[in-house]
Ligand binder design. Structure first.
Ligand code: GLN
Length: 277
């Protein structure tokens, strides 16, 4: 009988115990994606692995060992209520960002809200909000046309009608347009050592890095958002926990009110919201 994929996984793990990027779950998910089967099937019935699939499996394993995020290898990542297609043109959507979605859904029940996801990448924020709130008018913008291509695929795949705009931050919009302006912009310092680490080193730099302080884009967006939010509208920004204090002060100086922090699952200040009066 030919080798089974289950045997291959077991053997690979046994042989490569010391390779930190490779866990059984990673291998199982790669196998499911490669063979087009559900994980439950993989766990319950033996599946043959032919030589071509084995070669393909090895190439996936090598990519992972090279530090490439699993999401790029599988070509997808679960975020909130969506299974999003991703590739190396967009940031891998992260659970930290789901906290933003949760806060928005808890606090905004109105119909007819006009919402902008600024720097949408894969479309994670805008599309998951649209899926929850079909009556909202959702705009997703990005400076990268390649990112918008991914976001557009995700909108079509999930049957979600949003408006895509290719522009540099807010330069394409009319003043006083939005009730909610949400962004997970780049916020890492140019010389941050983490940029060379597992995962991040494979993601698009322009989606991660924001000048020598990491705060440049956050400050630019906060400043210009005042023109584009409607009175009473809210700005939501994701940031690094170490930027929380400076960003809060900056928003105060800009005269935003009702400023509050949103904590991520690690208990870190990961996002901030503020209202325009
Ligand atoms: N959340 C990412 C990280 O710190 C950074 C994403 C971003 O810059 N928006 O790993």
């Amino acid at each position: 009988m030919s080798e089974t994929v289950q045997f291959f996984i077991k053997e690979t793990i046994a042989k490569q115990e010391n390779i930190q990027h490779l866990g059984t779950l990673d291998l199982e998910l790669m196998a499911c994606s490669l063979l087009g089967v559900e994980r439950s099937k993989l766990l319950t019935s033996p599946i043959a692995l032919n030589q071509d699939s084995k070669d393909e499996f090895w190439s996936m394993i090598r990519r992972r060992m090279d530090g490439e995020p699993l999401a790029y290898i599988l070509g997808k990542k679960g975020f909130w209520n969506l299974d999003l297609e991703v590739n190396n043109q967009v940031l891998v959507p992260r659970p930290e960002t789901e906290i933003l979605i949760e806060d928005i859904l808890l606090n905004f029940n109105q119909t007819n809200l006009s919402v902008l996801d600024l720097g949408t990448g894969s479309g994670a924020i805008g599309l998951s909000l649209k899926k929850e709130k079909k009556e909202w008018d959702v705009y997703c913008s990005d400076i990268s046309i390649n990112a918008l291509e991914v976001a557009n695929k995700n909108s079509l795949k999930n049957n979600l009608e949003v408006n895509f705009i290719c522009c540099d931050w807010l330069n394409a919009f009319k003043p006083n347009s939005f009730d909610l302006l949400i962004s997970n912009p780049p916020y890492i310092k140019t010389n941050d050592i983490r940029l060379k680490s597992d995962g991040l080193s494979h993601e698009p730099l322009e989606a991660l890095v924001s000048g020598t302080t990491g705060k440049e884009h956050l400050f630019v967006i906060a400043t210009s958002s005042k023109r584009f939010l409607k009175k009473g509208g809210f700005l939501y920004l994701e940031h690094s926990p170490c930027q929380a204090k400076d960003l809060k002060l900056f928003l105060k100086k800009l005269n935003f009110k009702n400023i509050s922090e949103i904590f991520d699952l690690n208990g870190d200040k990961r996002s901030i919201k503020a209202q325009l009066f």
